[in-house]
Design a binder for this molecule. Sequence first.
Ligand SMILES: [Zn+2]
Length: 440
Amino acid sequence: MDKTRNSKLGNRYLIVLIVAIIFMGCKDDPKPEVIEEEIAVLEEPIETYEFGFKLEDYIVKRDTIRKGDTFGVILDRNHVGYPKIFNIAEKAKDTFDIRRSLQVGKPYTLLCAKDSLETAKCFIYQPNLEEYVVINFQDSIQAYKSRKPIKYVEKTATGVITNNISETLDEQGLSPRLAYKMADEIYAWTIDFRRLQKGDRFKVIYTDKYIDDTIYTGVHNIKAAYFEHNHEPFYAFEFETDSVKGIIDYFNEEAKNLRRAFLKAPVKFKRISSRYNLKRRIAVYGYKVRPHRGTDFAASIGTPIMATANGTVTKSSYTGGNGNYVKIRHNATYETQYLHMKKRNVKVGQFVKQGDVIGWVGMTGNTGGPHVCYRFWKNGKQVDPFKQKLPEAKPISDSLKVKYLDFIKPIKYELDNILFKPVILDEDLPEQTIIKQANS
Ligand SMILES: [Zn+2]
């Protein structure tokens, strides 16, 4: 359990025997002089608290809900009789419906009496890592929900790219989520992480999340980042533009939004299987030029397809070639279309927001494998979205801009003062380095 807490304590006498051996620098007498000393240290008795209970007062039984387990079965096993079980369930009902809400595989803890029967006195159920439900029936019956304390720890990291970002993070034992967040959430429109250069480098200020001080749940957010790509600096600062809706965006040092009005791709965790290519030749068509005006993103069947920008659905139908498809008009200039869906999720005339799920990846229509063919129109002409200078996302308002620039001042100062670790030269690296499959 909580090792750090326990190791500090200990209810026993610690007899520390210090033997100090001092060699006297006298050549005539080679015998060392030995000084013995006994020190008694009285430490505090162990007190371990969890869920607000002093665990030493009970026999603590931990388990997970198994198939066939109900609140009644568990309590019955632990010597609580049925009339009482019924009474407990009734009284706890308004807080937590024990009859329905227990899920197989979720952990629970029983606090039992320190007697020969070990009768259960308290049942604690954990539906997730953060929350827990206490049903205490040792005296009167009490039921309540609570949360484990969450701690955010701010950290900084730096890295220099020698091969790819994953390797750089891995070498330092840093989370791959940092790479994902930088590549997909922060710099998706400014830096192509598949084309990083050797010597590109970054600094980040981020927070790690811990539950109950001990359970690490990963990188929570990136507060600020600095990425030097091809010797060009790219700053990014996290800023909440709407505290009511909880909208968070990244802006640069001049308050410019780093996001564009369009998402880079209509699916997450994508792999581009075929790019926009007007000169494409395909074997099945006798190597004749069959231009591909879409971008194919391979993804498994059922992967949600997202609208890449706000807009109104103009088509949601089925044709032999396109299969199930959806088309969206975003403004007077731009339209997008999504093909080969397994199922559509929107109707013509419906307004969709960026990121809304409009359907799911399938292989309907003329297609060889599960993917979404993403088509992009500018002024009625199909273009390659990756070659477009797309409009920026909503700029920050003038009143917020002042606030923003003030907000980032100390953060930028902190970021600028983080030093890069000295670069490890190639000859210092071990011969055998693990070559990681880039997840492109
Ligand atoms: Zn296609």
